[in-house]
Design a protein around this ligand. Structure first.
Ligand SMILES: Cc1cc2nc3c(=O)[nH]c(=O)nc-3n(C[C@H](O)[C@H](O)[C@H](O)COP(=O)(O)OP(=O)(O)OC[C@H]3O[C@@H](n4cnc5c(N)ncnc54)[C@H](O)[C@@H]3O)c2cc1C
Length: 436
């Protein structure tokens, strides 16, 4: 009977266990997890903060699902791996033997490194407990400063604004999320934030959190400007949790390096999800994603391989449908500016691939809330950003993923002021009809 051990009860770990069970009904599956809330939707935390989702909606599994998984859950923290003995050591010294081990330990928020960071009222958004804490603190607070320029910072700003706090957003760069969005797109988001009452401080660096009696009272910026506040929330990027792996001799760069079968360099040890830096045969590089669906797919592929069914994880074109300042936004493929900026690495709901500058011509239309940008390469579209009206987003996912030949409409698309949304809608109707 094979002993499978999975560290981490997030979507990658659960995806792996589901796959193992499909192949191996009799092996034992042991989860080691240090989050008391187990498996829940982390993207859903943003909607929990705005009050659009209550806690019960964040838990994808019902008791029947756990029963079918037939796994054993150990609450605790794994502190060491002994690869030569095939054992995982827990914080209390207990050792758990494995035949196959999966590291699905995710990533954690990059910590703010300024004086005052330990004051009561400084928060981040990694876990359910963080979200609960923010909600509790927001009840007594009036003014918040949010620090960061990616998706999580915006989710924090929107969540706190929904709790009726006056919110100031500090971003380091001249425009919001400028290594992924272009200036027009940043401005659309910034304008919407402004309408929602969020005050943006661009090119602003937090240097100190001020406090009294152990609690936050304000912040100071590099410009020496000070703001009063009773809450400081930050989302300045994430770091894969690498300590366990690197101490065990597992090769890591920005994440744990794995091959297409999600194998690390050590026998019988696999990694998946936010912690894994996955080989992408299309680009020949190993990249990080912090996205729910790739984490689940990687977990599934790892589970199949752990159970003896060779299964390659083919990295899909990364996409996310998210909400930025209340505007639904879909980001697909390579759309970036290559610029360094916030977030420091990548953030939650983000992909390294989005920063790539493709060899493509930009075609765009719509400069108000409905905006479309296409990255038009010689025969295909390699990236797209859709803000507001989402009619084309699913078609674009397919067109980009399947590398559909856009030669018939390429010249039209790159003509200045072309109605690119209409052109793509007509083109997609033809492609769709020819496929059915
Ligand atoms: C606020 C927020 C918003 C997000 N928004 C989006 C979005 O819009 N779209 C999107 O696609 N993705 C989004 N994400 C990212 C997405 O949730 C992650 O990519 C996904 O959850 C990664 O799953 P995982 O299983 O790899 O890691 P995780 O879900 O982080 O799970 C890892 C688990 O391992 C546990 N663990 C870590 N170390 C140990 C240890 N030593 N011992 C025991 N247990 C350990 C952790 O506590 C955790 O429970 C968001 C995430 C957050 C937090």
């Amino acid at each position: 009977m094979t002993k499978y051990v999975i560290i981490g009860t997030g979507v990658a770990g659960i995806g792996a266990a589901e796959a193992v069970r499909r192949v191996d009904k009799s092996g034992t599956i042991t989860f080691i997890g240090d989050d008391p809330h187990g498996y829940y939707s982390r993207p859903g935390l943003a909607y929990y903060l705005t009050g659009e989702a209550n806690e019960s909606l964040l838990f994808p599994y019902q008791p029947q699902d756990y029963k079918e998984l037939n796994a054993h859950f150990l609450r605790g923290s794994a502190t060491r791996i002994h690869p030569e003995k095939h054992q995982v050591e827990l914080k209390d010294g207990k050792r758990i033997p494995y035949d196959r081990l999966l590291l699905a330990v995710g990533s954690s928020a990059v910590r703010l490194n300024v004086p005052g960071v330990n004051l009561e009222g400084v928060v981040k958004l990694d876990h359910m407990d963080d979200a609960r804490r923010i909600m509790a603190l927001a009840k007594r607070a009036r003014k918040a400063v949010v620090v960061g320029g990616g998706i999580t910072a915006l989710e924090l700003a929107e969540g706190l604004a929904a709790c009726k706090l006056k919110v100031h957003l500090l971003i380091r760069t001249a425009h919001y999320w400028s290594n992924v969005l272009d200036e027009i797109e940043s401005k659309i988001i910034e304008r919407k934030l402004f309408e929602d009452g969020v005050i943006i401080h661009a090119e602003s660096e937090l240097t100190q959190i001020l406090g009294k009696d152990g609690r936050v009272t304000g912040i100071r910026m590099a410009s020496a400007e000070q703001l009063d506040c009773d809450l400081v929330a930050y989302g300045i990027g994430i770091q894969p949790r690498l300590t366990l792996a690197s101490e065990a001799g597992i090769l890591c760069e920005r994440g744990i390096l794995v091959d297409e079968q999600l194998r690390t360099n050590l026998a019988d040890i696999y990694a998946a999800g936010d912690v894994a830096q996955v080989y992408d045969p299309a680009s020949g590089r190993s990249v990080l994603d912090s996205l729910w669906s790739p984490a689940r797919e990687q977990g599934r592929a790892a589970g199949m391989n752990m159970a003896g069914r060779t299964s390659a994880y083919l990295k899909a074109v990364p996409f996310n449908v998210t909400r930025l300042a209340g505007l639904t936004t879909t980001i697909i493929g390579a759309v970036g500016s290559g610029q360094a900026g916030e977030p420091l690495t990548i953030a939650r709901g983000d992909s390294e691939t989005w920063r790539d500058i493709p060899d493509a011509i930009i075609a765009q239309s719509g400069f108000e809330v409905n905006h479309l940008r296409l990255m038009v390469a010689s025969k295909t579209i390699v990236g797209a950003i859709v803000i507001g009206d989402q009619k084309l987003s699913s078609a674009l996912q397919t067109i980009i993923r399947d590398q559909v030949d856009i030669t018939p409409v390429r010249e039209q698309l790159i003509t200045p002021d072309a109605p690119i949304a209409d052109i793509m809608a007509q083109f997609w109707a033809q492609v769709h009809a020819s496929r059915n």
